[in-house]
Design a protein around this ligand. Sequence first.
Ligand SMILES: CC(C)(COP(=O)(O)OP(=O)(O)OC[C@H]1O[C@@H](n2cnc3c(N)ncnc32)[C@H](O)[C@@H]1OP(=O)(O)O)[C@@H](O)C(=O)NCCC(=O)NCCS
Length: 189
Amino acid sequence: MENQVDNERLLRFAADLCGKCEMQITELTDDDRKWVQERTELLFGGDFVVSREEVHDPHELPGFIASEGPERVGLVTYNITGKSCEIVTIDALCQFMGIGTELLDRVEIEARAAGCNRLWAITTNDNLDAQRFFQKRGFVVSEVRLGSMSKIRLLKPNIPREGCYGIPIRDEIEFERPLVNDPAARLGT
Ligand SMILES: CC(C)(COP(=O)(O)OP(=O)(O)OC[C@H]1O[C@@H](n2cnc3c(N)ncnc32)[C@H](O)[C@@H]1OP(=O)(O)O)[C@@H](O)C(=O)NCCC(=O)NCCS
């Protein structure tokens, strides 16, 4: 019981502390590209990502950086094609503190300004945190590619066999969310 009270106090303290930090979201600049490349290598087993058989270099894409003071604490990269905006990578260095949400909101503003009617993103079957994150923010599963990671591993042999929570990494899951201000807007056009 005492431990539970201590834990609750600690969580409240951490949340208060976070609330006092001033997070800044700024456009990704050339000064950030090396860091983006390093983060991509760390998280995705190589400095490129494969999306629907297309290769992306996140460090060459547009994006946003979240910072607290001089420290970078998150990043998002995106790619707009026609009326669709793909979240290519999204990465919060400290999870569950609102960084991912702020970054996603910023991309949404950009996508709407560019006339997009759809946001989409790919994650893997093991990434339960990302699946929760996208679904709680209005995304729905739009496609599942069973076993597709074995094909991607031919290009990226460094992708581990086991991912989050020790779950084998096997499948890709695509999520999408319509941007629906305009009732005439249709998905995927
Ligand atoms: C997916 C990912 C980007 C989410 O980012 P995040 O910063 O953890 O997300 P947020 O903090 O904005 O939201 C997550 C939860 O934390 C909660 N939260 C936000 N601020 C909080 C705070 N101050 N205290 C406690 N909880 C908080 C949110 O309410 C949210 O809960 P919900 O999902 O039940 O609504 C992050 O998990 C990540 O970087 N994962 C590794 C990279 C990755 O897998 N990317 C996806 C594939 S490209």
